[in-house]
Design a protein around this ligand. Structure first.
Ligand code: PAF
Length: 317
């Protein structure tokens, strides 16, 4: 029997971290990097994964540029293409490049792991023939060089069909779940990903802009009383809007937010990383996305508007 292939498009923090852990467990993984220079370094030296309290390890991995990926691998219906690039990279030009790579030509499943909202609808309209999956993760990772990544916080990887499927996970989903578990990745299947995306959005809408604006790691947010109040206000406004937009209340969302801050205490949020590196941030799809939902449901979103403007003034977007 052929083994399941996982092609990870995007060799940033999450792409490198998951590729290393999957490759380390014997899964057949290939990374599609942005440029040949990074792809060549990955082919030559593998991925170096650093984890607190453990010695860093190198994991050999197959790697290529996205344009050439389809020539090396021909993923079919039992295989997966993971998109781990940021929302800001999902431009029409990127979608064309992905189509031209040929990776999706034989019916592989497409799994998207972006923060924020808007990406699933866009992917669905660009790739209507491929089974589409949404994924969210509360794990933390920080890329420290082209081939080095630090695993900064344990969490859960949740994935499921988009749009929502009536049936429970099929064979392909269950195989991926087993592969993730075999790699020591805490993972679960969900048939309610719209809701999971909103719940994750609520976490990102608080942690990401506030850490970026104040230039601090996630843990400090929950410790400092002044910052904790800013968190509480932004959380309350965002939750109200997301509930109006259809998110189902799921217990103590404030407690979960504090837990993610603690679990990823030493992590630099992806938005702080983008601001520091002068890259485009995901603010338009996170707090900007919540402000758009507020407009649609006749609500005000002064705090989301304010942090969107503040982050934009710090970054390129
Ligand atoms: O975007 C991020 O940085 C992450 O989603 C999270 C969970 C906030 C941890 O830093």
């Amino acid at each position: 029997m052929m083994r399941m292939q996982i092609i990870i498009v995007g060799a940033g923090s999450l792409g490198l971290m998951y590729a290393a852990r999957l490759a380390g467990s014997g899964a057949e993984v290939m990374l599609a990097a942005r440029g040949e220079k990074q792809a060549a370094s990955l082919r030559d030296g593998g991925i170096c994964l650093e984890e607190a309290g453990l010695q860093s390890r190198r994991y050999p991995v197959m790697a290529t540029e996205l344009d050439k990926a389809g020539a090396g691998m021909q993923p079919g219906a039992d295989d997966w293409i993971w998109l781990t690039v940021k929302q800001s990279h999902l431009t029409d030009a990127f979608m064309d490049k992905l189509r031209l790579s040929g990776l999706l030509a034989r019916g592989a499943s497409l799994l998207a792991l972006q923060n924020g909202i808007g990406h699933m609808e866009r992917l669905q309209s660009h790739f209507p023939e491929n089974p589409l999956y949404a994924a969210v993760t509360t794990e933390g990772a920080l890329r420290t060089a082209d081939t080095r990544v630090r695993y900064t916080g344990h969490g859960v990887f949740t994935f499921g069909k988009w749009p929502k499927a009536a049936e429970d996970g099929d064979k392909t989903q269950k195989m991926l779940l087993e592969t993730l578990h075999a790699a020591g990745i805490e993972a679960e299947l969900s048939n309610d990903m719209g809701n999971r995306i909103y719940q994750k959005l609520l976490i990102n809408a608080v942690i990401n802009p506030l850490t970026a604006i104040h230039g601090i790691p996630n843990g400090i947010l929950a410790e400092d009383p002044g910052l904790r109040q800013e968190m509480a206000d932004l959380h309350a406004e965002s939750e109200k809007i997301l509930l109006a937009a259809g998110m189902t209340a799921a217990g103590d969302s404030w407690g979960r937010l504090l837990q993610v801050c603690r679990q990823t205490a030493n992590n630099e949020s992806s938005m702080l990383g983008d601001v520091k590196a002068g890259r485009l941030t995901e603010i338009d799809w996170i707090n900007g996305g919540i402000s758009s939902l507020a407009k649609r449901y006749g609500l005000l979103s002064p705090l989301n508007d304010a942090v969107t403007n503040a982050v934009k003034s710090l970054s390129k977007s």
